[in-house]
Design a binder for this molecule. Structure first.
Ligand SMILES: *[C@@H]1O[C@H](CO)[C@@H](O)[C@H](O)[C@H]1NC(C)=O
Ligand SMILES: *[C@@H]1O[C@H](CO)[C@@H](O)[C@H](O)[C@H]1NC(C)=O
Ligand SMILES: *[C@@H]1O[C@H](CO)[C@@H](O)[C@H](O)[C@H]1NC(C)=O
Ligand SMILES: *[C@@H]1O[C@H](CO)[C@@H](O)[C@H](O)[C@H]1NC(C)=O
Ligand SMILES: *[C@@H]1O[C@H](CO)[C@@H](O)[C@H](O)[C@H]1NC(C)=O
Length: 377
């Protein structure tokens, strides 16, 4: 039916007024009204849009650009089979970044305004035949649009809905509600099992205080018998306490919850060699502390007093001079430096050699040992 008229209109459009008129361009945010060229005016109520026209209005925007478009009137050639969806011949294409594009034709005016965010592209197209009065609409452009200002989210991050038109709160842990205004009371859902008690010291954090034989974040793990893991060492004997803990009875010389601390007197192991005498050094802190709880050992260490000729922490270092050869002394008998040995002979004998030997600083005797020789030889 439309096809029939094509030739006629092609011919008619050879005439200058039928050619596309000046239209389109950048939308002015200060303006508010948009219509096609040829839309009726008071003086010309019968006016129609021209054929073969393409008007493209644009506005380059971003996430802070809000565009609203509302039809006052629309009479545009409807599409094939009276479809106002396909708009095969003439159409108005309204496209906004966040909502996509929509085609309009026919004469049923959409009730709702088109509202979107971003850039705007509006295309009015007419083919070469069947023209009507077209459309008239009002629009508004806001360039400081921000649904997160003021920030509606009480305890969360403000984002946007998919169409970018509304704020969408991403709540911090522990909060919920459209504006994160609801504090989730974690303890209300009784998360602690087996008689554990719940405590929420912070908005987004709760803890479970478990009954003695239970453990785990929610008291969901049953502990084995406290003595099952043999916690007492060094011969301690384990027993179970009323609050499901273990207790060790330690052998003498051991202390600590598991008898793990050696508290023997240090001299017990005879650390001083070469007949050195050992003295335990007691720990004054132990006397004043509550040993039951702090396990402070009674000793700080030991001290060796060494026999002449021996030194070092454990009297295991030879110092001074050894036995110069005196037969009636122990072979291993030693003397400190500075010692003087004074020799004399029994009656009837005469001393050959020096009477005094001194153990000198380089740990040798000052002279060779003297001899007693019979006077009557
Ligand atoms: C229009 O309707 C006719 C007849 O029902 C059909 O053959 C044709 O495919 C339709 N055209 C479109 C574009 O839907
Ligand atoms: C409408 O405009 C959008 C955006 O430019 C474009 O992608 C789409 O193809 C247009 N639709 C028609 C039918 O021209
Ligand atoms: C298309 O036509 C139907 C039926 O007349 C109408 O209900 C609908 O609103 C129209 N849609 C548009 C976008 O004009
Ligand atoms: C060790 O003690 C005994 C007994 O008191 C004493 O006779 C001896 O001289 C001491 N030895 C040392 C190296 O102090
Ligand atoms: C040996 O030592 C004694 C005392 O230590 C001293 O009286 C004596 O004079 C010394 N004898 C010699 C020969 O130096």
């Amino acid at each position: 039916m439309v096809i029939k008229f094509v030739h006629i209109f092609v011919i008619v459009c050879g005439i200058a007024w039928c050619k596309g008129q000046e239209c389109g361009g950048e939308l002015d945010p200060e303006e508010y009204s948009l219509k096609n060229p040829g839309y009726p005016t008071e003086g010309n109520m019968e006016s129609k849009y021209p054929s073969n026209t393409d008007c493209i209005w644009t506005f380059s925007g971003d996430d802070n650009t809000l565009f609203a478009f509302k039809f006052w009137d629309i009479v545009i050639e409807i599409g094939e089979n009276n479809s106002n969806i396909t708009c095969d011949y003439d159409f108005l294409n309204v496209s906004v970044t966040s909502v996509g594009s929509q085609l309009f034709c026919g004469w049923v005016k959409p009730e709702d305004a088109i509202v979107g965010v971003g850039s705007v592209y509006i295309h009015f197209h007419s083919d070469d035949s069947v023209n009507f009065r077209g459309f008239q609409a009002s629009y508004s452009i806001t360039t400081d649009f921000d649904p997160c200002d003021p920030d509606p989210c009480e305890d969360g991050e403000c984002g946007r809905t998919e169409d970018k038109l509304k704020s969408l709160c991403h709540c911090n842990a522990g909060s919920t509600g459209e504006e994160c205004e609801v504090d989730i009371k974690e303890c209300d859902s009784n998360p602690c099992q087996n008689g554990g008690s719940c405590d929420e010291p912070q908005k987004d954090y709760y803890t479970c205080q478990c009954m003695p034989q239970w453990m785990g974040a929610h008291c969901e793990v049953e502990k084995g018998p406290p003595c099952a893991s043999d916690p007492c060492v060094n011969g301690g004997i384990c027993s179970e306490t009323e609050d499901f803990d273990f207790q060790c009875a330690c052998e003498d010389g051991y202390i600590g919850k598991s008898c793990e601390i050696d508290d023997f007197p240090p001299c017990f192991s005879n650390p001083c060699q070469n007949d050195g005498n050992c003295t335990d050094i007691s720990n004054p802190a132990a006397a004043t502390s509550d040993e039951e709880n702090e396990y402070i050992t009674r000793y700080n260490g030991y001290h060796c007093s060494c026999p002449p000729g021996y030194g070092g922490t454990n009297c295991d270092t030879e110092v001074g001079c050894g036995n110069p050869g005196i037969a009636y002394l122990k072979k291993r008998r030693r003397f400190n430096t500075g010692s003087i040995l004074e020799f004399s002979c029994e009656n009837g004998f005469v001393l050959i050699g020096p009477a005094n030997l001194t153990c000198v600083a380089d740990e040798t005797w000052s002279e060779k040992m003297p001899e007693c020789v019979s006077k009557y030889m």
